[in-house]
Ligand binder design. Sequence first.
Ligand SMILES: C=C(O[C@@H]1C=C(C(=O)O)C=C[C@H]1O)C(=O)O
Length: 394
Amino acid sequence: MSEELDLNKIREKITVLDQKLLELFAQRRALTLNVAKSKAHQIRPVRDQQREQELLVRLITEGKKLGLDAHYVTSIFQTIIEDSVLNQQAYLQQLANPNIQVPTVSVAFLGDKGSYSYLACHKYFSRRAEKIIETGCQSFGEIMQLVEAGHVDYGMLPIENTSSGSINEVYDILQHTNLSIVGEITRPIEHCLLTSVNTSLDKIKTIYAHGQPFSQCSNFLDKQQGIRIEYCDSTADAMARVYELQDETVAVIGSEEGGQLYKLHALEKAIANQAENHTRFILVSRKPVEVAEQIPAKTTLILATGQNPGALVECLLVLKNNGINMCKLESRPIQGRPWEEMFYLDVEANLKSLTLQDTLRELTVITNFIKVLGCYPIEHISPTKVPGSALADA
Ligand SMILES: C=C(O[C@@H]1C=C(C(=O)O)C=C[C@H]1O)C(=O)O
């Protein structure tokens, strides 16, 4: 066989190229960290979407000359840019909070190894800490207690999901805590039906899962006949039980990535009602953080208004008049005060900014109760769009 078609030889060449690509990625990462240092001096925002767009258009043009599809080039570089922006944000946050706990952090989360919260912790701290000391918990209340008592530095809690909405239990807990929200992370939730032994869908008689995945996969579950549903405290708990059973009639709803930790494999993938299924998690800690000026910030407030007509509208007008964008509004009952509501607001503003300080002063006058739950970096990096003309002739 000619050397050109020798599989092992070709693979060796690919391995060499991949190694070079990795080294180039690392070099680019190091350069963008220098960019962050320069921005720290100049107090320029981390994100520069005009620069990103110019860069993407140039790369698409150059890529086409090399026979590379425009969408391929765009998606690779959008991933690289997202990493670069998040890395710069993490660096600037360290500078703004020199007392932040690193390089080893301890964090409490729901479930055990493999739960969605466990995966969110690992993703969140991957660019912030070298080592994570993990504590899996059985309830959200337990997570809060561990952080409040100083047994762990952080707690990771899911707060909302794009299919099933807000997680009320977490919102309710936040009414009664002294902890601060110090970070957020949104993760795609890709539900699969996982099994511990080789089997087929028609043999499955029992499905184990946490309540949230069940509601998010209700359409798939409705189509399965004669299946018993077994509710578990967490996805990890459900996966551990299915692993122990080694039974061809049982399955669990969980992520493929988490399932690998329990030697489970996917019998069915993408079983969620909505193809785009994402959960936003919040990170809580005893001490609030400062958000560097170069980073887009979000502040979460809770407030209670009087029972007079238009009381909430008055609050929202204060935001409008101060040019502050509200990205989330939620309400929950106040315990012990029937029919009275606590409002939860996420606003896109830095707590240090004069505008938000003025806004809070104005809100304090017209509310019965107001409290800042935390100010933290916005973690979601929406990809920069490239003009259609650049993508044409792909
Ligand atoms: C690296 C920079 O920061 C950000 C990241 C970019 C990148 O990784 O190419 C480009 C623009 C900015 O949004 C920069 O400003 O050059």
